[in-house]
Design a binder for this molecule. Structure first.
Ligand code: ADP
Ligand code: MG
Length: 293
């Protein structure tokens, strides 16, 4: 059974007297431990999809099922909120600028995971370790952290709730190129350790290639192409081809060359802390057809 099933999802907005279809009949399925990359140009509906799944806004129509049960936004305000977390592009959307790191992490541990004050304090250290931050950062406020550190805290905050699905909305887009690969590596490591599922929204094709098991390509509120990660190497739809061609240095031919290089020398894939996305090996293709039981 898929963890998430979205059927014919619609969301319309009235903007100055005319109707904007942010989502126009979207179907999505996601298994446990899997990553669905959602790519598409700005305004194509990616964030609307993510925030509806995360329960931050209701759909206009359509069905969402999570772990076999209908998911409605009312339910997401209760204890069920724990199960789906969201990380935004700007860590400052995920983090309260006034809170020290320990307060940011303690809040969901107490409210969503239901821990005692003492247990929460222990978990704060574990969470910082899980995202590879030194524990002496626990008294810092967001302004006293680098962009990469802030995003690690935002990820730790999402983990604090002990979620099954994390919606990541452009989590690497505000970061320097050199930091992006590290955040992608961290997210994949956490996925492997915890069996997390991700909806990974990105307009960065290199990031999508590095983390996706499956891909959907959105245009004007609709999914115009879908498939496994190879969609990014060999797109069939003209819109996807245009999207890939528009990414500097990440045309499909280069993606194919990169895969060939890794196939020829797998040790290139073993860099534990890649500094660029070119060095991040895509998730193993073997995973792609593995059915969840
Ligand atoms: P993306 O994340 O792919 O850039 P969005 O989901 O943010 O796209 O937006 C999809 C479309 O819906 C855009 O045309 C956007 O202007 C519109 N939209 C999104 N949220 C709102 C809103 N709250 N009110 C009016 N229009 C909105
Ligand atoms: Mg967006």
């Amino acid at each position: 059974m898929p963890l998430l099933e979205v059927t014919d999802l619609r969301r319309t907005f009235q903007v100055r007297g005319h109707e904007v279809r942010a989502l126009d009949g979207v179907d999505v399925t996601l298994g446990r431990g899997r990553t669905l990359a959602v790519v598409g140009e700005s305004g194509s509906g990616k964030s609307t999809l993510g925030t509806i799944v995360a329960g931050l806004q209701p759909p206009s129509a359509g069905e969402l099922r999570f772990d076999g049960e209908p998911l409605d936004s009312r339910r997401l305000r209760g204890p069920e909120r724990r199960r789906i977390q969201m990380v935004f592009q700007s860590p400052l959307q995920s983090l309260n600028a006034k809170y020290r790191v320990e307060t940011t992490l303690t809040e969901p541990l107490r409210l969503l995971a239901g821990l005692s004050r003492q247990d929460a304090a222990t978990r704060v250290d574990e969470l910082l370790a899980a995202v590879h931050l030194p524990t002496n950062l626990r008294t810092r406020r967001p302004a006293e952290l680098s962009g990469g550190q802030q995003q690690r805290v935002a990820i730790a905050r999402a983990l604090a709730a002990d979620p099954e699905l994390i919606v990541l909305d452009e989590p690497t887009s505000g970061l320097d190129q050199s930091i992006r690969g590290r955040i992608v590596t961290l997210l994949r490591e956490l996925q492997a350790e915890r069996g997390l599922s991700y909806i990974f929204i990105t307009h960065d094709i290199a990031v999508a290639r590095a983390c996706a098991h499956e891909v959907v390509v959105m245009q004007r509120g609709q999914i115009v192409e879908r498939g496994d990660r190879s969609v990014l190497d060999d797109p069939q739809h003209p819109y996807t081809q245009t999207l890939l061609a528009a990414v500097p240095g990440m045309d499909p031919a280069r993606g194919r060359r990169h895969r060939a290089a890794v196939a020829a020398d797998p040790s290139a894939a073993l860099d534990p802390e890649p500094t660029s996305l070119e060095q991040v090996t895509p998730v193993p293709t073997d995973d792609i057809d593995t059915e969840e039981s």
